[in-house]
Ligand binder design. Structure first.
Ligand code: MG
Length: 242
């Protein structure tokens, strides 16, 4: 189904690897910083155990009914995964705070994104729907890169309790926009979470391959196809502002 711009009222965006880069480079930076803080707290940190624990946490929601992780539980698990100990609450707090700071620090707005969103905003309402356990990390990073005012609605899976492709985060977005799914386009880089999630809801879907995601899901038989594919976000202008 081709996208018919005159039927569309809102554009809803994924954040990581759609509007901003959040791929292997950013994840590697986070791992290095986590090793440092864990070493300070508990002594030698086995980086391969840390990576194994984190990698399994990243994909865990996709094999547990799409339930989002709790940031506190994630940090406790991580410490247990690397050191086999039950941490004190103050140590867990320190790790939660470190992960928050690392996330906000890693988020940078690529050139041209602000100008593009401002053009799109003249014609469409804009929303953001992101999978991330810590809502504060996403919201404060939007403030940092100057995007907090541009979106009418911001939904983070950590607030909803479920990750895309589950219907609940999409329903929250649509409810707050007061729109029917057919009036919205969802733009994202994750085949399962973004393309399948949006299409199952009845939204239009644009699949972007501009960045290399850390986790990726292969298309399965009977999967929905996106309504359009882009290799760079700037292609949205031609697609949606004819
Ligand atoms: Mg993404």
């Amino acid at each position: 189904m081709p996208i018919t711009p005159d039927k569309i009222k809102a554009l809803c965006f994924d954040l990581g690897n759609t509007l901003i880069e959040f791929g292997p480079r950013q994840i590697a930076y986070q791992y290095a910083a986590l090793v440092k803080v864990l070493t300070e707290l508990f002594g030698f940190c086995d980086a391969s155990r840390l990576k194994a624990a984190r990698d399994s946490q990243i994909v865990a929601p996709f094999s547990s009914g799409y339930k989002e992780n709790n940031p506190r539980v994630l940090c406790e698990e991580l410490i247990r995964g690397v050191y086999d100990i039950v941490p004190q609450q103050c140590q867990v707090e320190r790790l939660i705070q470190t992960r928050y700071e690392l996330f906000v620090r890693a988020v940078e707005l690529p050139d041209g994104v602000m100008a593009l969103l401002n053009k799109l905003r003249r014609r469409y309402r804009l929303g953001l729907l992101s999978n991330y356990p810590c809502s504060r990390s996403v919201r404060d990073s939007l403030v940092k890169i100057g995007l907090s005012e541009i979106f009418e609605v911001v939904v983070v899976s950590g607030d909803v309790g479920y990750v895309k492709p589950h219907a609940k985060p999409f329903e929250s977005m649509l409810l707050q926009l007061g729109l029917h799914p057919s009036e919205c386009v969802y733009i994202g880089d994750n085949w399962l979470a973004d393309v399948q999630g949006a299409k199952r809801m009845g939204m239009c879907s644009i699949f972007t391959t501009q960045y290399v995601p850390y986790e990726s899901f292969e298309p399965a038989e009977k999967d929905h196809s996106p309504d359009a594919r882009i290799e760079h976000l700037n292609e949205l202008e031609e697609l949606l502002l004819p």
